[in-house]
Design a binder for this molecule. Sequence first.
Ligand code: GLU
Length: 448
Amino acid sequence: MHHLHPALIGTYETVLRRNAGEVEFHQAVLEVLESLHAVVEKRPEYVEASIIERICEPERQIIFRVPWVDDQGVVQINRGFRVNFNSALGPYKGGLRFHPSVYLGIIKFLGFEQTFKNALTGMPIGGGKGGSDFDPKGRSDAEIMRFCQSFMTELYRHIGEYTDVPAGDIGVGGREIGYLFGQYKRITNAYEAGVLTGKGLTWGGSQARKEATGYGTVYFVKEMLDAHGEGFDGRRVVVSGSGNVAIYAVEKAQEFGATVVAVSDSNGYVVDEGGIDLDLVKQIKEVQRGRISEYAVARTSARHIAGGSIWDVPCDVALPCATENELSAEGAAALVKGGVKYVGEGANMPTTPDGIRVLHEAGVHYAPGKAVNAGGVATSALEMQQNASRDSWSFDYTDQRLHKIMKGIHDNCLETADEFGQPGDYVAGANIAGFIQVADAMLALGVI
Ligand code: GLU
């Protein structure tokens, strides 16, 4: 069941047929197409030039074998992906995800979302995404390095400062970007810093990039609260996940005076009523690369609920910062019961369509990942700017730029939602504003 403008039904059916079984991609496309009702009415030229159908078809999809040798001397084979989704606004830009769930449908959904997210930042970057079904869990540092080197030995020929600029995503952080950049530099014999973002601070990285997705998420939600005359101070906040996005969302929410009471990982969640001790989370996750259950062992005030749903924890603000489809209708209903007023997505597509419906019907202020979590990629674009000018900016300056960009995205979403007759609807605002930006560039560039 869908609510599509009649002019878009054929496009959606083509997406279903061409991308059979890729359910996450179908979900991401449907959400955007459902937002375009008023756009189709006001701007028929997009349909006439088949812009909407074209925007759903990636420009290029690369799939490759990644062979490597594990610590036992056994040969392992993984599959690598890079989807060049849309380059109307700039070089393809988007992260790499290393996770066993990765297949073409996941990379396509992420690349599609990335295209509109990147447009919303206002920076000159197209959309792309990549990764592998490689599972980094339990792998030694040497294995991670050999995998990254093998992955880049194929990927290097497809990327470049002006072509495609990967970065991190789930399972890919500073360590992996280091090994990937090292291998790229070795193969090409060029110090092409702008080919990857999320680099370390001593070798071309940007201040505040590591923090940017989490900080940006909280900056966006702060604007949502402001718009209703409220603030973070004294709020109960729940943040799902405990990876890079979650950690820096917790840090900024705490700085703004919120009490973050729970975080999670794929095994369960921890509740610490006095407020999460972020140094301990960082120690467990960033240094030891361990499980969040260890938090409750180290801190007696906390409880670990194995296999539980973090959405059962009552809160004012919920920030899903783990992964796609982690917040279902059931989770959303639990959040509503617990008194949630605001939901801002730090992850990509963490709320299911049914979950979104439950939040909407309950009057919860909800904003989607492609707007809320755009601070990560926006700061990647700032990293590219610094690399292009061989410059390096201070933390404060970069963070101010990030803050301004997030406020800009927030205001653009609300203004666009107003203009197209759906006031207060951040989903419509984000989808329409991102779409128009890309679509107008595509129109100008002709049939390519
Ligand atoms: N993977 C992140 C995202 O979803 C960052 C991408 C980037 O910095 O290129 O936006």
